[in-house]
Write a protein of this length. Structure first.
Length: 154
């Protein structure tokens, strides 16, 4: 990242550039943490993302999962098959539309999700406490809704 003066970094094009670089770096580090935290179970990042999506949004059809993870229907089929073989999800016909298959978390899938989430969140929390003072952590917390709005517009 280049070092701009305060006036330069307030320009929208510089803010967008700096946000892209910083958030990209943070996302890569968090993605690496997911891999480290879950190395014992050999789950892929996509498998972990699907478990997280099912936890947040509940039972979902394959097409919805593929769309939310921005992967092909073939890739989501492979991912869901692997999760089902490990008994982390169940796959059942949609009661409203028998042509669709709905995936849902099992108890084992919920435990895998919770274990992974706890380990990564704990590590991120330690980094926040080590790197930021109380005021800075409050500022970061206040910025989260703004970042959510930006993410929703992309």
């Amino acid at each position: 990242m280049t070092h701009d003066t305060p006036a330069d970094s307030a320009r929208p094009d510089h803010t967008a550039r700096d946000l892209r670089i910083t958030v990209g770096r943070l996302a890569r580090r968090i993605r690496q943490l997911y891999g480290v935290a879950d190395s014992a179970s050999d789950l892929t990042f996509t498998e972990l993302a699907v478990l997280s999506r099912l936890h947040r949004r509940g039972p979902s059809a394959s097409a919805e999962l593929a769309d939310s993870e921005q992967i092909t229907p073939q890739a989501i089929g492979t991912t869901l098959g692997a999760l089902a073989r490990r008994d982390l999800i169940t796959r059942e016909p949609d009661p409203r539309d028998g042509r669709k298959v709905v995936s849902r978390l099992t108890e084992a899938g919920l435990r895998a999700h919770d274990d992974r989430t706890h380990a990564v969140t704990e590590r991120l929390d330690r980094a926040l406490v080590d790197a930021l003072d109380d005021r800075e952590r409050r500022l970061l917390a206040e910025a989260l809704p703004l970042l959510e709005r930006v993410a929703d517009r992309l």
